[in-house]
Every structure is written in C-alpha cells, then in structure tokens.
Design a protein around this ligand. Sequence first.
Ligand code: FES
Length: 240
Amino acid sequence: MSKVKITIDEQTVEVEENSTLLEAAKKIGIDIPTLCYHPDLSLHGACRVCVVEDEKSGSLLASCATPVNEGMQINTRSMKARKARRRNVELLLANHPNDCLGCDRNGYCELQDLTYELGIQSKDVERIAGEQSEYELDTTGPALKRDPNKCILCGRCVRICEEVQGVSALQFTQRGFDSIVTTAFDLPQAEINCVNCGQCATVCPVGAITELSEIEKVWAALEDDSKHVLVQTAPSIQAT
Ligand code: FES
C-alpha cells in the first residue's frame, strides 16, 4: 500500500494512504480527544469532538473519519479547533443530567473527563441551556439498565451490538432533538432479543447503559405488591 506524507502540528508523518488523521496523529504521539470513536468499531463521525483544522482551507475536519491526503497541513491545537471542540462538548452537556455525583459512572465517564480536560464550567453550559430530553429509566432487564437521558448518541452501543455481537438489539430512532437510541418498537429491555452480554455497557462512554447492581436486581425481581410493602414500611424502620 502506498504511503502519504502530511504535517500535523508542524511535525511530518508518513502513513498508509487509507489511514485517518486521527491514526496519523496517534503515530507521532499527538492526542486528539474522541467520544464516538472506538478502535474496534466502524466509524460514526457524530460527536465532532475530534475536530482539527485544515490549515490550507481553514475548514474543520472530524479527524476520526477523515482520510489523509498527500500534503495536508493539520493543526490540532488552533484556536478554531479548540473552540469548536469545546462548544461541541458544551452542547452535549446542555442536554445531559447534571447529576455526576449520583451517577454509576462517576469517576470513569469519558464525558466527565473531557469536561475537566477542556476546563468547561457550569456557567458555560448554563449559558446555552435549553430544553432537556426526558425519558424513563429502563431497569426491566436481568442485568443491564438504560438511562436514555444520559445518552450522547455516540452510537457505540448500537455498533457493538450489531457489528461484534450480531444481535442488533439497539437502534437509533427519531430525528433532530428527538433522536434517541432505543430498542425495537421501544420495548422494555426485558422484552427484546438482548442476550445481556454487557458489551454495550462496556463501550458506553457515559452512564447511559450500566450494569444493574445486586440490590437493583433483587428489587427488579420483586412483585409489585412486595415493593409496595417495602416502600410503606421503610420510613417506620428508619424511625425506630
Ligand atoms: Fe470523531 Fe466523534 S470522535 S466525530
């Protein structure tokens, strides 16, 4: 396969012609943040967190999905690229619950990491705050729970379920603000062809799909009557 020479942040790198900008940058130790990208999955190019600037045209390119071209001059740290990257993360946060402390993924969430890395503060997100999606939590499955309110539409779960597991239990549906990843016919987790392999939870960068804790599994298995009794008696237990 023939080679292509490009410049990234003033460093020259030679890579195979079918490489992406992200791969070329990685080869010379330049780290570009990503969210929807996953090395084991097909390219999605949705989050635009990996944007870099083409110095010749001034255009912004999603580095994970843009193939290299001979003579390209790429800047991963230009003001334009950094601003765009930051704005894209702020927009994700604007429609994301602000409850990191109570989230199962607190401390190992890729969105949280990026927020810190880019120095984004609450006031930056409040400035662009708008309508927030509201979906029900699905804890009906035997092993996994889905919280679509935390979904950032990176599509990693959809791709791993289809491309690696061959199950296709999850899909994108709706458009624009209403876009969401859900099950076929929006059925509860317990009623779909999910094999509960947990791969979707493994690749989810946020807390949209997580494993049920042992206590959550016990709770989910209880009959509604038993749940009612427990809820009714809980305050009196605490009071004694
Ligand atoms: Fe490149 Fe999402 S990581 S567009």
